[in-house]
Design a protein around this ligand. Structure first.
Ligand code: 8X3
Length: 247
């Protein structure tokens, strides 16, 4: 690929799970991938493997975002993947620090990266923002309000961009996965691996690669095709709270 044909992708939360799988997958599609995450040593391994760039990024920190964006030469695709859940308290027992972390990573993180990279996404002539939300952006459930509210807000921000940039050469795709087996549940349950494993017990969850496949598909459509919203769940999951599990 000649340098002027080289397409650049930015993936946040790229050190593990959906982010790492997406970085790998976009590299095989011919993108040069700038990978951002706090755990930079993991990124460096991935960068070596994919020929991409590993850059430390904390999406909750405006200075870190500014330094990260400085290192991004061009941006055709932005995958807003950084985020997650912490805690399972009812609203009546809500932990403000958990809420703040969820809103900072999922909502303000997406805002910061998108805002900083939009000029590059538009000026490249064929930009694409893919935001990984969740079925939690479409539904609410008991003991999940910190996360479902953050995902609803992140999705609202993402969907608003579709109208605000109408007429500009930039596409917007929301990816809303259900049960995907990653470090997600371990983080939600504060490192309780037993509890985390139980989330995926008795069914075949999606893998990070399943989601990366869908992201890559959306990102490789012709420039006039905008996949607005893709919801993907395991076959045995009907909604955020309803799954069929083998005993
Ligand atoms: C993760 C899916 O069902 O735990 O985003 O909200 S769920």
């Amino acid at each position: 690929t000649s340098p002027d044909q080289q397409r650049w992708a930015v993936v946040t939360g790229a050190s593990s799970g959906i982010g790492a799988a997406t970085a790998r997958r976009l590299a095989t599609e011919g993108f040069r991938v700038v990978m951002g995450a706090r755990r930079v040593e993991r990124l460096e391994r991935l960068a070596e493997e994919t020929g991409g760039l590993a850059v430390e990024l904390d999406v909750t920190d405006a200075d870190s975002v500014a330094a990260f964006v400085e290192r991004v030469p061009e941006c055709h695709v932005l995958v807003n993947n950084a985020g997650g859940a912490k805690g399972t308290a009812a609203v009546a027992e809500a932990d403000e620090d958990d809420w703040r972390w969820m809103w900072e990573t999922n909502v303000l993180g997406t805002l910061r990266l998108t805002k900083a990279l939009l000029p590059k996404l538009v000026s490249c002539g064929n930009g694409h923002v893919l935001t990984v939300t969740s079925v939690a952006a479409l539904e609410t459930y008991d003991n999940g309000s910190g996360y479902t509210s953050a995902k609803h807000a992140q999705a609202a921000l993402h969907r608003t961009l579709r109208g605000e940039h109408l007429g500009e050469p930039v596409r917007f795709t929301e990816i809303a996965p259900g049960l995907v087996e990653t470090e997600f549940s371990e983080v939600r349950y504060g490192g309780d691996t037993e509890r985390a494993a139980a989330v995926y017990r008795g069914l075949t969850p999606l893998t990070a690669e399943d989601v990366a496949d869908v992201i890559a598909f959306a990102a490789t459509r012709p420039a006039h095709v905008n996949l607005d919203q893709i919801v993907l769940k395991p076959r045995d999951q009907a909604s955020a709270t309803r799954a069929h599990r083998e005993p």
